[in-house]
Design a protein around this ligand. Structure first.
Ligand code: ADP
Ligand code: MG
Length: 700
């Protein structure tokens, strides 16, 4: 199979040089290997013939299907480029128009009105009449028309225009397959094939392109999905082993003054069980002499900051400096204030460095960093600028990792011979197996428990017609001394329009709630102004905050009990969840009101219903993936994968991911570097098909 990577598709019967070029441009298919991995996205049962009458009453979009009958008449209409051939096709129950825009002469001369044909295509309605454009035409006894299931291949418009359709792809693949005299040898070790009950590769490839029956197709799909996911898992595990064996880290065995005193004297509450467990996991990592790369996942409000702080105290106890990076200035400032307030008693030297830190303060920070007197630096990416030198940086925390560029993290490395331990924190809850997959070889810890006494935020869906009532409820909260967020969407594409609605919203809110001060924040503001506005709200001077999603991550104002999200239908579920996490942070009952137009698509409505029915971040993340696919949850998820996925789906194939993971673990336990003869083909396959654009072991 691997040797087919060097076999140019232009040599395959039915393709040739011109089409090969087209296929490469349009679908990125270069080699016979690529072509065989270009799988159908759906199948049509070719044993089934529909009556035209039944299609007339179907009343919805019709799939690819076939009908059987005769052409009653042919007409050539239009002229020049607009010329088309229209045949009237009847099967005795009703008639249908069949249109060709290209190759008219050939088609007209090859079809005879007396003969019976099977037409294969996707019917549509045009001017109230049923019609089909450029169907495949076969005689009823031909092989193509009688074989069971036929794949429908992904195509582009350009390919269709050039007469290269699903059928041509199918034919080329079949030509390739029949030209082979020996079966493909299996790329997976025999033991894996056996223990997982997988179909052999050769059979799976043949069945996916030409399934004899649905059961066989099912098995073939499973086999091919498993294979892709197994490569990924094996690759991740091997690189993780290698990293653990090779990359030296700073050993931090001591638990000393800072950690202990903080724990005894500063901690305002008991840690949750999950927080304790995760701190232990991290401690176990950093005690040895290997570098830690760990992801801590936990829903909004689960107390990740505290976990991070306590781990940084451990590093400081061992004579190292620590650094906490946040994606925005607002967040960095909040983290700084939180940590400063928590650790004030014990005399920890903490400083904040952002883009707007004054030169004098900056110089002082640099001095203390190189001297080693600064324990903990909190900041934005300003902390990884070249000019910032630490004396002995041992521990780095990256908050809300998905906003931090890969390249930025890589720069951390330049700062030390021995890299610091890295802790990545994210509130984007994704299922564990998926996390292990998309975050490469990061170890994953999960804080799956909220501090006690949290009341779930009551979430309601309200339509624009009910705005008056919503405002009344807001008024009640304000009179009770609470604070309120109004959130507006701001999405790049129609930024101007969004900005307008944001500003109008702001004015109308100021008007409606005259007695209260209203803060106003959006992403286009100068940082200083933004900070000023945030400060107004955080300090309680402003009772209302009108904002775009800049407030999404991390902001902590416990007195804010209500959030109104305008045009909620335009947000993704995970984003709504993050936003909602800004309320319900204090002792009082909180509300999140999703405002939307009354008329919304059914799927949108279902999405919003997920928000009103649960506050569990994992449930929401799963639903988000079902609705939108994993690519949207974490922008770089798919593209960050070391292997291209042709058939497996990270969102829906969680169980297969788990099975592949376990199988890979078992295999590597007995042959850690895949050096045994029975595993060499696997090792070679992984080596050859992996895209090495990103090396996770170097960046995270
Ligand atoms: P997130 O995980 O979303 O970053 P934070 O670290 O901001 O959450 O914590 C949310 C709030 O919960 C903070 O006000 C924090 O002080 C508080 N908190 C953290 N841990 C506990 C705990 N064990 N018990 C009670 N409150 C806690
Ligand atoms: Mg946080």
């Amino acid at each position: 199979m691997l040797s087919l990577r060097n076999f140019d598709i232009k040599f395959i019967k039915g393709i040739g040089p011109a089409r090969a070029e087209l296929l490469q441009k349009e679908l990125g298919l270069r080699s016979a290997y690529d072509l065989l991995h270009h799988y159908p996205t759906s199948y049509v049962d070719r044993s089934k013939i529909y009556s035209i009458r039944s299609l007339l009453s179907a009343g919805q979009e019709l799939p690819y299907l076939q009908v059987k009958g005769r052409f009653v008449s042919f007409n050539t209409l239009g002229e020049g480029a607009k010329m088309r051939l229209v045949g009237l096709f009847s099967d005795g129950t009703a008639t249908m128009e069949v249109t060709w825009f290209r190759g008219i002469k050939n088609i007209r001369s090859s079809l005879s009105p007396q003969k019976e044909y099977i037409l294969f295509g996707k019917p549509g309605t045009f001017n109230g009449r049923l019609q089909m454009t450029h169907p495949e035409v076969d005689s009823p006894d031909s092989a193509a028309a009688t074989q069971g299931m036929r794949g429908v291949y992904p195509l582009t418009e350009r390919l269709r225009q050039r007469n290269f359709g699903s059928r041509q792809i199918f034919t080329a693949i079949q030509n390739l397959l029949t030209s082979r005299t020996t079966p493909f040898s299996d790329t997976l070790p025999a033991e894996v094939v056996r223990s997982q009950g997988l179909m052999p590769l050769d059979a799976a490839i043949r069945a996916i392109h030409l399934p004899p029956d649905p059961q066989t197709l099912q098995q073939a799909r499973f086999r091919l999905k498993f294979e892709e996911l197994f490569y990924i898992q094996t690759d991740i595990l091997m690189r993780s082993q290698k990293r653990k064996a090779q990359i030296a880290g700073h050993p931090m065995p001591r638990v000393g003054y800072w950690f202990n005193t903080f724990y005894k004297e500063c901690l305002p509450f008991e840690l949750t069980g999950a927080q304790k467990r995760v701190i232990k996991e991290i401690r176990a990592d950093i005690m040895g002499n290997r570098q830690m790369n760990r992801l801590v996942q936990g829903d909004v409000g689960c107390g990740k900051t505290l976990v991070a702080l306590m781990c940084m105290l451990l590093a400081i106890d061992n004579g190292y400096q620590a650094c906490l990076m946040a994606p925005t200035e607002i967040l960095a400032t909040q983290h700084y204030q939180t940590i400063r307030d928590l650790a004030a008693k014990i005399g920890l030297n903490v400083k904040l460095l952002t883009g707007s830190t004054r030169a004098k303060e900056r110089a002082e920070i640099h001095r203390q960093l190189t001297e080693g007197t600064l324990h903990l630096l909190v900041g934005t990416h300003a902390v990884i600028e070249d000019t910032v030198q630490f004396r002995n940086l041992g521990f780095v925390v990256i908050d809300e990792q998905h906003r931090f560029g890969v390249a930025q993290r890589a720069r951390l490395w330049a700062k030390n011979d021995i890299p610091p331990h890295v802790l990545v924190m994210t509130a984007t809850p994704i299922p564990r197996t998926l996390a292990m997959t998309v975050y490469g070889d990061l170890d994953v810890s999960v804080i799956d428990e909220l501090p006690p006494g949290r009341k779930p935020v009551e979430t309601l869906l309200r339509f624009d017609e009910q705005r008056f009532r919503v405002y009344q409820a807001v008024g009640r909260q304000l009179r009770a001394g609470h604070q309120v967020y109004f959130v507006y969407p701001l999405i790049e594409e129609n930024e101007k329009l969004d900005l307008k609605s944001l500003e109008e919203g702001y004015e109308s809110i100021c008007e409606t709630f005259r007695d209260y001060r209203v803060a106003f924040v959006h992403g286009k503001m100068k940082p200083a102004e933004k900070d000023h506005q945030m400060e107004l709200f955080a300090s309680g001077k402003a009772a209302i905050m009108v904002a775009t999603t800049v407030i999404e991550v991390g902001v902590n104002v416990p007195n804010a009990t209500t959030m109104i999200i305008e045009n909620a239908e335009r947000f993704g579920l995970s984003q709504l969840h993050q936003l909602r996490g800004r309320v319900g942070r204090g002792a009082d009952k909180s509300y999140c009101i999703l405002m939307s137009k009354y008329k919304i698509a059914k799927e949108t409505r279902q999405r919003l219903d997920v928000m009103t029915s649960t506050t569990d971040g994992f449930v929401i993340a799963e639903a988000d993936m079902q609705f939108r696919g994993p690519g949207d949850i974490e922008g770089t998820m798919q593209s960050g994968m070391p292997f291209e996925l042709h058939i497996a789906n990270l969102a829906t194939d969680g169980q297969i991911i788990g099975a592949a993971r376990r199988a890979a673990e078992t295999l590597l336990a007995s042959d850690p570097d895949l050096s045994r003869p029975e595993n060499t083909l696997l090792a070679r396959t992984i080596r050859e098909i992996a895209r090495r654009t990103i090396d996770w072991s170097q960046i995270s």
